[in-house]
Design a protein around this ligand. Structure first.
Ligand code: SAM
Length: 276
């Protein structure tokens, strides 16, 4: 008998994956956590029935959410990741030689524990001496740290449950205060094809706080619509036109390039119109 998991990505459309084996399935304090091994995408982390990251396509998301802000900032030293318990963003952040400290603030310790066991390719940098892991609510952590981080990456689940407060509103004002004077914020901000109002509202909330606010897209096969938005809020630097002078080239990347860095901000008209 074949085994399949089906992710209801939006109320009336789903993605279905044939799986070889369920490696973990447990109810944590915050969510239903599963790690399954799929035929097409390899092992995948699934939270509350939503595919978070897969061995086959995680490189797109983790490279773009990390290297866009870190190549934009002139010299990122301290970086905060809110969420990101799989460790993929931390792995990419620590490829930048200027980074002295990368803090991971993940609300659910079970995600870290299981990803360390079953997704080693993604979580491999969590034991790096420059990485500090804090298990707690990112909303509280950001509120309690002022003028501390050059880059803040909100690498969260979708805007409901524990992550609801991480999207827009007063949280972006808190992020602004938690950043240093030339800091940069980035968040995954959902699908403009299926959830245009969410993308528009979150972008407008960021634009109300940051002098430079831009959105870029990346191709992520396992996310609803396969085409995903990221919103960047910057106090000083323009993320679409970074100054690469003095920056090192990072070997082994599979999606991010200096050309796609700027090109990613060139949007299809329906997305441009959404942000007007
Ligand atoms: N979308 C990512 C990707 O593609 O790799 C995966 C993100 S990571 C698995 C999302 C994490 O955000 C989850 O582990 C979840 O526990 C965490 N999270 C949700 N709300 C949070 C909060 N308020 N503070 C800290 N972490 C939170």
């Amino acid at each position: 008998m074949d085994m399949w998991i089906s992710e209801a990505q939006i109320p009336n459309a789903a993605m279905t994956y044939k799986i070889k084996e369920t490696l973990v399935r447990r109810q944590t304090e915050f969510q239903d956590l599963a790690i399954v091994d799929s035929y097409e995408l390899g092992r995948m982390l699934v939270l509350d029935g939503i595919v978070q990251t897969t061995i086959k396509d995680e490189f797109v998301y983790h490279e773009m959410i990390s290297h866009i802000p870190l190549y934009t900032h002139s010299s990122p030293k301290k970086v905060l990741v809110v969420g990101g318990g799989d460790g993929g963003a931390i792995r990419e952040i620590l490829k930048h030689p200027t980074v002295e400290k990368a803090v991971l603030c993940e609300i659910d310790g079970a995600v870290i524990e299981e990803c360390k066991k079953h997704l080693k390719e993604i979580s491999c940098a969590l034991d790096d001496p420059r990485c500090e892991v804090f298990v707690g609510d990112g909303i509280k952590y950001v509120h309690e740290h002022k003028n501390e981080f050059d880059v803040i990456i909100v690498d969260s689940t979708d805007p409901f449950g524990a992550a609801e407060g991480l999207f827009g509103g007063s949280f972006y004002k808190e992020i602004y205060q938690c950043l240093t004077e030339d800091g940069i914020f980035i968040a995954q901000t959902e699908t403009p094809f299926y959830l245009p109002e969410v993308v528009k509202s979150v972008f407008n909330d960021a634009r109300d706080v940051f002098p430079v606010t831009k959105l870029f897209m990346a191709h992520i096969p396992t996310y609803p619509g396969g085409y995903w938005s990221f919103t960047v809020g910057s106090k000083k630097y323009d993320p679409e036109n970074p100054d690469f002078s003095g920056k090192v080239d990072i070997d082994g990347l599979k999606y991010y390039t200096k050309k796609i860095h700027s090109a990613a901000f060139t949007l299809p008209k329906y997305v441009e119109d959404l942000l007007k």
